[in-house]
Design a protein around this ligand. Structure first.
Ligand code: ADP
Ligand code: AMP
Length: 214
């Protein structure tokens, strides 16, 4: 299965992506995770991306598209992948479409996790991620079994630099202006499945699996 998960920042893409990828045995391609990994190891890509991410802005298309193309040609993507956080602009979507065509493949599913704006601040500010494996928790909605420690790998939980109120508001503006138009783009150029993201993590995943298995 080749799929895209769309949704506002904090909609639950990363959380659901983990569950989907486990079930369908496909790699999870999160551009945000790729950038954060490069930031933590201080690669040239990480140094450049950090300038934008810390301000809540998008990393320039040219850089981001190249990162995704390089990842999609890796062997583990041959039989499927889940893109989380990409595309984020109509230009990225068009470039992805051209690239997939050039390697004779196409998307199976584009799925939007739909969450209204009023959920976004609390979801992002309460998020904690594992500094080692990147898995998301939430102080209120999805706490780890042991405070500050990842259930999966025992890594230390941290708050993302961009999960503060001011930056989340900017990310939400960027989503509204640059990423939200993708909803109409995919309604026109593909089919778009929509799942209500206001429910609990478990209910959202059940609804996603119903869509994916149908
Ligand atoms: P995204 O990848 O879309 O930015 P995440 O999956 O990281 O979002 O989720 C953002 C935050 O909201 C995390 O702290 C996560 O634990 C929490 N979260 C995800 N899905 C839900 C949900 N359905 N209900 C409540 N909190 C959720
Ligand atoms: P995420 O982990 O998806 O919330 O992404 C964190 C940040 O990484 C975003 O706010 C952007 O600055 C950057 N980013 C991630 N994906 C993209 C993308 N497709 N295009 C541009 N910037 C991105």
């Amino acid at each position: 299965m080749r799929m895209i998960l769309l949704g506002a920042p904090g909609a639950g893409k990363g959380t659901q992506a983990k569950l989907i990828c486990e079930k369908y045995k496909i790699p999870h391609l999160s551009t945000g995770d790729i950038f954060r990994m490069n930031i933590s190891t201080k690669t040239p890509l990480g140094v450049e991306a950090k300038k934008y991410i810390d301000k809540g802005q998008l990393v320039p298309d040219a850089l981001t598209i190249q990162v995704v193309k390089d990842r999609l040609i890796e062997a583990d993507c041959k039989n499927g992948f889940l893109l989380d956080g990409f595309p984020r602009t109509v230009f990225q979507a068009e470039e992805l479409s051209k690239f997939l065509e050039s390697i004779n493949t196409e998307l199976d599913v584009v799925l939007l996790i739909d969450v209204p704006k009023e959920f976004i601040i609390e979801r992002n500010i309460g998020r904690r991620i594992c500094s080692s494996c990147g898995v998301s928790y939430h102080v209120k909605f999805h706490p780890p079994k042991e405070l500050g420690t990842c259930d999966f790998c025992g890594g230390r939980l941290i708050q993302r630099n961009d999960d503060n109120e001011e930056t989340v508001k900017e990310r939400l503006n960027v989503y509204t202006n640059q990423t939200h138009p993708l909803i109409d783009y995919y309604k026109t150029n593909h089919s778009l499945s929509i799942v209500d993201g206001r429910d609990t993590i478990l209910s959202v995943s059940k609804n996603i699996f119903t869509v994916l298995d149908s």
